[in-house]
Design a protein around this ligand. Sequence first.
Ligand code: BGC
Length: 246
Amino acid sequence: MDVFGVDIGGSGIKGAPVDLGRGDLAQERHKVLTPHPSTPDAVADGVAEVVGHFGWSGPVGITFPGVVTDGVTRTAANVDKGWIDVDAAKLLGDRVGGLPVTVLNDADAAGVAEMTFGAGAGRKGVVMLLTFGTGIGSALFIEGRLVPNTELGHLELHGHEAEKHASTKAKDDEDLGWHHWSRRVQKYLVHLEMLFSPELFIIGGGVSRKSDKFIPLIEGIRAEIVPAELKNNAGIVGAAMAATGG
Ligand code: BGC
């Protein structure tokens, strides 16, 4: 069965029909640039363009880079503050012509996809997926079940908010090399391991494609550390999965 998935990110709004049997895109994805400012109305237009590109009619799952409870977006760390307390499921549903819409956190979506089709498939116990990008997203699983809306990118670490210090945006903005940046990621993982003792860390986000440049540099962590396998499509796949209730 195919369901549509959309991933709202800091730079692009990407979507495609997803083959839920395979956990992969059923067609090549379509992307539009995220508008700036990324107000709810402007982003909703982008989502409508992506969904309309495929002439889609059916359920649509949509990720959002913030806390989402019952379709309402609650935080907006890296998007326009106008998203706080917006009924996003209604706004986006109306904008895509009344199709049934499910909205969830972007890292949670990526995590759900990885736990079914990727690096976390079949893994029990406590598993933590982290996405490194404009911010740091987190998805926490216990026995394969998601604890939604963990916001572990905002933990404070040595007086810094972790995502301001260890995201790939920080790497780019401060022009850090892999070695320097990996030290920051390592400190962050040590802290998370102290708090949660996961048995597996899955490293997602665009940077997971370059995992060989930094994962081998990370030391002193008991848990296994592996790159995400669905790479940049995890959010789209997870969004589509959420739209079917699982
Ligand atoms: C947001 C999270 C999001 C992450 C990655 C953080 O700033 O608070 O909700 O998952 O960025 O986009």
